[in-house]
Design a protein around this ligand. Sequence first.
Ligand code: TRP
Length: 344
Amino acid sequence: MQSFPQLVFSGVQPTGNLHLGNYLGAITKFVALQETHECIYCVVDLHAITVAQKPAELTSNIREVTAAFIAAGIDPKKHVVFNQSQVAEHAELAWIFNCVARMGWLNRMTQFKEKAGKDRENASVGLYAYPTLMAADILLYRATHVPVGEDQKQHLELARDIAQKFNNDFLADNPEFADGKTFFPLPEPLIQGPATRVMSLRDGSKKMSKSDPSDNSRINLADDADTIAQKIRKAKTDPDALPSAIEGLAGRPEADNLVGIYAALTGGTKADVLAQFGSGNFSTFKSALVDLTVEKLAPIGVEMRRLQADHAYIDGVLRDGANRARERAAATMMQVRDIVGFIR
Ligand code: TRP
């Protein structure tokens, strides 16, 4: 396989209520990757409309994700930040990929089965084709590395299958791609460690989720200091003291989750946290966690709310990012059209 220049691409859906799980699981990874890679971060509004959205809420949610990116430290001047719908090439390449991907491949996607539920006949065609659009997002820039959560691994494998099949189907008889030269790279996942899987504050067996009816189950990035403190104080725990070794967290999902959050926020391990707080009173640890979380998140929340309200600024960032993304996307599509045999 030939080597492609390293490029990071990832997408976040603008679905509202960005929370600590999104922050630790995705956004902090995006921030760190800026130091070592060229990065493109996309607010995937075309993916959002695969399920019903209220237009005004969608608009506001696109600005929320953008504001969160910037407040958390993503630099939209050094890297590219934009919303997907402003670059029409995403939808165009997705169509071509709809003709490359096989029904059998998409039928195996577990996320579609979960999201469509029992009433599959009533799911949108877009929800079914969601993974081909995701493949287009990545391959439009010929990105090589994709930071995603565990739940997106299957979609990324599909993107690799699509890239491979496109290369196989279209390049074999093309003299420009002799000697095994390929067009699309096979993008690799950068999967987050299990330590950053943030669970609900009310039930340690469920993921922290934007759709949990209890707002106390999650810490929203937009929460103010008092709200953050209150939610952590109220977080479910068990009556025992903290263990001094990780093994002692087995069967204690709530304690495990809080220790994991502390570790992730300090950039340390759970073992580090237990070395500091183990065997001590749970309430001592909880107070420290309140202080730490407020210290790390509250300033981001303040900045995020300020940016989110500045529509001219946020929309300007997205427009500028889209212009830069479009230039690269258009260059790829020129070649794709030639490869497929279209006239331009
Ligand atoms: N499906 C991803 C999610 O829900 C979002 C997404 C869309 C994405 N396109 C992408 C992630 C491209 C990585 C790369 O999390």
